[in-house]
Design a protein around this ligand. Structure first.
Ligand code: NDP
Length: 251
């Protein structure tokens, strides 16, 4: 039920952090994973690490905010690996400022990276998934898809948008046997949050106190949900937004 042998997955931002945690899970379940990111050295290192673990991995350089780069990414993925079954829209970024201090360029950068990229990648993936007879889309939201924070106007708007966008494509593409779901990670220890811990005083203590599991998540904590949502085990699950947060959102 969870076997992904013969499946091909594109994971945006799959060269590090949560994306690599999900990519590793998919690859360990048998999929060939294509890591899409901008930093070629980081992508090459991630491919080497996965290959050394016996996984099938490849990297394609792409800025997912760029429409033509996204088109090239999917063309190359299919020409190298023959098909597309799974798409994980994980690439993301933030600018930690209140709305009254945020420039339009900063707003656009966050929206383009977190939300418009998911639209571009899903639109490019749709015909390829139809060709494969169906597909699985996993969009990465956030606790900011649910909660508000003073320093996250664009990030929260983009991540709320990710959930609503997911519901829209889930309804539009159900007849094509494509399931689309969002995953909402809690506080996970990655480069992104390491920066947040430096910038936001007391964040580390607040996260530990508020998370029932009593710890930060690790990228590996996202592997299981990725495999579930990418496999036939979730064929009747679509349009959901599933927290993977050690209980943060219910405490
Ligand atoms: P990282 O900063 O470790 O990873 C972000 C990834 O996105 C990088 O691999 C980066 O690759 C890629 N990326 C960023 N911009 C672009 C772009 N324009 N084109 C292509 N790739 C891009 O962060 P996380 O692993 O923490 O975050 C991954 C996702 O999880 C994000 O969507 C984030 O919002 C979300 N998230 C994270 C949480 C956490 O606690 N860490 C909590 C909730 C959600 P490269 O530099 O090579 O371009």
């Amino acid at each position: 039920m969870f076997d992904l042998s013969g499946k091909v997955a594109v994971v945006t931002g799959g060269n590090g952090g949560i994306g690599l945690g999900m990519a590793r899970g998919l690859a360990q379940a048998g999929a060939t994973v294509v890591l899409a990111g901008r930093d070629a050295a980081k992508s090459a290192a991630a491919v080497r690490a996965l290959a050394s673990e016996g996984c099938r991995a490849d990297a394609i350089g792409a800025d997912v905010t760029d429409e033509s780069a996204v088109a090239r990414l999917f063309q190359q993925a299919v020409s190298r690996h023959g098909r597309l079954d799974i798409l994980v829209n994980n690439a993301g970024a933030t600018v930690r400022k209140a709305a009254h201090d945020m420039s339009l360029d900063e707003w656009r950068c966050v929206m383009d990276t977190n939300l418009t990229s998911a639209f571009l990648c899903c639109r490019a993936a749709h015909p390829l998934m139809r060709q494969a007879g169906g597909g699985k889309i996993i969009n990465v939201g956030s606790m900011m898809s649910i909660f508000g924070a003073p320093y996250a106007p664009a990030y929260g708007a983009s991540k709320g948008g990710v959930v609503q966008f997911t519901r829209s494509i889930a309804t539009a593409w159900a007849a094509d046997h494509i399931q689309a779901n969002a995953v909402l990670p809690g506080w996970i220890d990655t480069q992104l949050t390491r920066k947040a811990r430096e910038q936001v005083p007391g964040l580390n203590e607040r996260v530990l106190a508020r998370t029932p599991a009593g710890r930060w998540g690790q990228p590996a904590d996202l592997a299981g949900i990725a495999v579930f949502l990418a496999s036939s085990a979730s064929d009747f699950v679509t349009g959901t937004a599933i927290p993977v947060d050690g209980g943060y959102s219910i405490a």
